[in-house]
Ligand binder design. Sequence first.
Ligand code: ADP
Length: 457
Amino acid sequence: MTIRNRISLQFTLIVASILILFSVLVYITSAEYRQEEYYERLTRKARTTVRFLVEVKEIDRNLLKIIDRNTLSALINEKVLVFNDRNQLIYASVDDKIINYQPSLLDQVREQHTVETSDGDNELVGLLYNEQGKSLVVLASAYDEFGRSKLSNLRDTLIWGLLGGIGLTVALGFFFAGKSLQPIASINQQIQTITARNMKQRLDEGQQQDEIDQLAINFNNVLGRLEQAFEQQRMFVSHASHELRTPLTALKSEIQLGLRRRLSGEEYEGVLKTLMADTERLISLSNSLLWLARTLESLQQVKLEVLRIDEVVFDAQAELQSAHPAYQVQVEYVNLPENDTDTLVRGNNDLLRRVVLNLLDNACKYSADHQAWVLIATDPQYCSLSVRDDGIGMTPEEVTRIFEPFYRTGSAQGYDGFGVGLSICQRIIDLHQGTITVVSEPGQGSTFIVRLPHSTI
Ligand code: ADP
């Protein structure tokens, strides 16, 4: 069932129940009121008749019958019966009609003094009359034609009103439900037109006020993030293929050069060495690309453990110096850790070693003296590492872009590298809920500062 139908059905059920309840209540109250009013009239009638009978000595019973039948207030089907203390009928206002009553009713009247009941369609009132030593029972009954016809009119009006009301509720409910759901239908239509090709398209956010506008705003935010992710993937693929093509083209032209004419053994050796260097560059590039792809996708699933950040730094230092014996790295503490837990962080050893290695490698690579200084500092909340060099440095604009994949500064063009290391570092540090910042000046050197929160163990 559509939401529109469900809402209109629920709305109709609620309104119909209220209408039915209200109508039944009005009908019952009116019916009770009619009956009570009629009993009162019958009681007055019974009293008048018995008073005439007992108190007006001169009145003749036949005359009383005539008066009874002809008074202006005579009721339809009216019958008045009076019984003496031995329950013998001493007066009946009509002779021709049979008057139904149960003898037990007379005893009931004597017991309760007043009885209000019905005799078929007629209302019947029984009264005990105790005066001048006489104990008479009067039964008065009549048919309330006027009251009943008013009641049946009321019932018809209520039934028709109810049917009309329910019909109107169905129509209005359907109309208004459709109207309130219209923005959702329009959002649905707009969403159907969004595909991977037109990720720039956004939903109409209306007045940015109601829940549906809020839904559109949230959906647009999701679209924005998706578009960004798509764009990242696209850039990655295009940069990656560009980066791969350069060394592959170099490889191809070297092979062509080698094939063009017969070379001496030494020349072949030279070509093979260049091929080897290019192949190594290719391997290192594809490793970096793999890392970048991994950080784009599945870094969230890596295992974190409690580790000492200074040990990570020493491991990275040893690894770097064994790969590049010419590089020099000095590690110092700003203040010697007072206890072992001061340098503890929660992280992944391999990932953090990779970050430190990348920063140390860059620091040594981009400085003429191939030297880097690492300062380890701790405060109550963070462990921080600063990696400083006296190298080529960067302009403030360049600093804002170095964490973008494949970005390389102008002055770094003469150095080996693909421009992906820092973007991997940034993602790893984000994963550890830390920060990485840079202070640099062209020609003066750079300092990279990594801050990682302490492990809570
Ligand atoms: P790569 O060093 O392989 O090019 P990175 O992602 O590690 O890639 O660095 C991105 C760019 O940031 C480098 O190409 C370089 O322009 C700049 N950079 C990084 N570290 C330094 C540094 N210590 N001194 C000067 N420039 C740096």
